[in-house]
Design a protein around this ligand. Structure first.
Ligand code: SF4
Length: 106
């Protein structure tokens, strides 16, 4: 009887560990998002926040080839740091994007 309980306990603990491993792995992937964190808009005035929102600025571009680092409006900062933008105020992630993207001329 005790042996059956022990096997059941072992099975339940293994299942719980599997769930924890999956949750832990997904948490790690979020921590490894590309580039610096450039989402602090606490210093922006309401109109600037409005432009940022209206142009749907996002920290990570969803379209390949349309990231801020490839946009003619982007002004890079230090390596691995946020840059700035001629159109959207506040910190700008080189991997980000918005509706005003304009490819750099080559
Ligand atoms: Fe990024 Fe938009 Fe500024 Fe271009 S205009 S650098 S896509 S925020």
């Amino acid at each position: 009887m005790n042996e059956k309980l022990s096997r059941r306990d072992l099975f339940q603990q293994s299942a719980a560990l599997g769930v924890l491993a999956v949750v832990g792995a997904s948490g790690c992937s979020k921590a490894q998002s590309p580039g610096p964190a450039c989402s602090d808009t606490s210093g922006l005035a309401a109109p600037d926040l409005g432009v940022r929102t209206a142009l749907a600025y996002a920290e990570v571009s969803t379209e390949p080839g349309k990231s801020c680092s490839l946009c003619q409006q982007f002004l890079p900062g230090e390596p691995n740091a946020c840059g700035t933008c001629k159109v959207v105020r506040g910190p700008i992630n080189p991997a980000g994007s918005c509706k005003a993207f304009a490819a750099k001329s080559t």
